[in-house]
Design a protein around this ligand. Structure first.
Ligand code: DGL
Length: 272
């Protein structure tokens, strides 16, 4: 049996999914979360569908030991490879449909750009979801494999990043998109650089807002005032490698955070 105080399990291939978790923490401050960053096996976006699916199964099985009342696959590449909406009898929320819904709400001219890893773009999940939702306009997609290492190097405001953005995205800019789906956990961290490149007429959308709406409607999440929530953050490689960036991404949330390696005692306990 789970109760509303039970945690929600979230995983990503690394710490990029903390951009999703941050929004969820701010929306549901009383909810507790178990986050798994599969840092030992990152990146997922360059791997085959079979491999990504196997990793996804393993991550959900790991999270299921914590009596989670729901799971969130924050990773776009993993979301493309997990068609089911359940695991271990619990609902699984993914990031593709929320991003597609948000894009549909934003577009005025029916020209939507989609960017993501090679795995996400080649799967065409965003196009399929948009069409399932009744979209009949045009889509322009582009894999942007260099964006993840640029973000991980911290080059968020850098001439090199601006150059790569132009290299990848000029065709969709020239095609006149008015909405761009940021279909990868790392890309919200390039929001300002992308916004500078496209200007205010192009809406940059990601999944967090619609995802939190779906969670709120699912009754899986603690929405009533309660004791403040807690985050337990696991990584598959040494957790201290990502502690600095994790703290930077999660800055401002009220939940306490405990950093743990998959096996062994907590390495660090504290609140931001
Ligand atoms: N988390 C991945 C995604 O959202 C990006 C990083 C990776 O390739 O693993 O697709």
């Amino acid at each position: 049996m789970t109760s509303l105080t039970a945690p929600i399990g979230v995983f990503d291939s690394g710490v990029g999914g903390l951009t999703v978790l941050k929004h969820l923490c701010q929306t549901f401050p009383a909810q507790s979360w178990i986050y798994l960053g599969d840092t030992a096996r990152l990146p997922y976006g360059t791997k085959s569908g079979i491999t990504i699916h196997a990793y996804t199964e393993e991550n959900l099985t790991f999270l299921s030991q914590f009596n989670c009342q729901a799971f969130i696959i924050a990773c776009n590449s993993a979301s493309t490879q997990f068609p089911s909406d359940f695991h271990s009898g619990r609902p699984v929320f993914k990031v593709i449909k929320p991003g597609a819904i948000q894009a549909l709400q934003e577009t005025r001219n029916g020209k939507i750009g989609i960017i993501g890893t090679k795995a996400t773009i080649s799967s065409r999940v965003y196009e399929n979801e948009l069409h399932r939702l009744g979209f009949s306009g045009e889509t322009f997609s582009q894999a942007c494999p260099l964006f993840v290492p640029l973000v991980e190097e911290g080059l968020l405001h850098d001439a090199a990043t601006d150059l790569i953005i132009d290299r990848y995205l000029r065709p969709m800019k020239e095609a006149g998109i008015d909405t761009l789906i940021l279909g990868c956990t790392h890309y919200p961290l390039l929001y300002q650089a992308l916004n500078r490149y496209f200007g205010p007429s192009v809406k940059l959308v990601s999944s967090e807002f619609q995802l939190s709406q779906s969670l709120a409607h699912s009754h899986c999440v603690q929405t009533e005032p309660h004791t403040p929530g807690h985050i337990t953050l696991y990584t598959t490689d040494r957790v201290e490698f990502v502690k600095d960036i994790a703290e930077r991404i999660l800055l401002g949330i009220t939940q306490t955070i405990e950093y743990r390696n998959i096996s062994g005692p907590p390495l660090y306990e504290g609140s931001l």
